[in-house]
Design a protein. Sequence first.
Length: 386
Amino acid sequence: MNFNELIDRRHTHSEKWDSMERFYGVSPDTGLAMWVADMDFRPPSAVTAALQAEVAHGVHGYFGDESDHKAAVCGWMQARHGWAVAPECVSTVHGLVAGTALSVQAFTEPGDGIILFTPVYHAFARVIKANQRVVVESPLLLRDGRYVMDLEGLAAQLTGREKMVILCSPHNPGGRVWSVAELQAVAAFCLAHDLLLVSDEIHHDLVFAPHQHTVMPLAAPAIRERLVMLTAASKTFNIAGGLTGNVIIENAALRKRFTAAVMAAGSSPNRFGVLMATAAYQQGAGWLDELLVYLEGNRQVFDAGIATIAGLEPMRLEATYLGWVNFAATGLSPLDVIGRVQRDARIAASHGASFGTGGESYLRFTLATPRSRVEEAVRRLPAVFP
Ligand SMILES: Cc1ncc(COP(=O)(O)O)c(C=O)c1O
């Protein structure tokens, strides 16, 4: 796999490249798209082959019989994460934002509180608010340059209206791989306060050695009866356009409620997404191993480049390809920072404030792009932060 190949994604309905001018005022012709969390790489060849076979057959009707797909999901969980889960626990949804929304609808009521450890992936708060639930922010603390959860502070904040915790594991942004002890502490918190735990593990295959991700049911078996696991092939293999994700629930009663919410939404699997995910899980492991080596190189180039700029502090990523940089020490306002990065350096990066409390002085840079673009980004930035 040649991850160095520059693939022109302009005019392909790529959100990252074809919407950057509209959202950031950065032209895709001269700018660098580093906002949306997808990769500028082709997926494993097995994914392309699966789509080619579909096109060659030429009839694209409703998808039926998910047994291959569910077996592939469970096979991946067992092989890569050591978790033996039964296929009947898996529901296929239209991506994990949809999976989050359906979980909110299935397990909470309007007005209920849903806890987020902020800054965190922005769609969580968007979905919670759009469903008339209340976002309860538990700001992460910075310890030795890494995020840690403040469960004591959170306990003091509780009002009794909270029903759910949504944990991002590994964490986006900031790239924390939560330790087993940290996962156990969140799980114990949920049990102690009668909260349902939604563990969004969409980034759990994108982990840098020596860090090791532990899936929540293995870290804290006691939580399995009140756990909703969100996983997907979409980030791992760069097939997010297929909008296919897995909601895995071992508790049969909870699963029944979730299935009812899927039914209420009138949702059924997307043929193209399921075909891609199945092929990726079945045959993509080698590609992923190569990708992780490449991303590690990108992370090093980025961190080294950022470190040369006074006032910029990259968080040390343990997982994800999302560089999270603090600009606070420049003394500039977030608006000034954004202006310099977008207008002067012509880089579209995600604004930290959109991730909630604690994100205001940060920008998030997607590093899953050919190395020459990461090098170009760290060439441009020093000029605008002299
Ligand atoms: C934590 C997290 N969950 C979910 C998603 C998006 O999921 P999907 O594309 O499957 O809706 C993202 C995308 O960046 C993410 O970072």
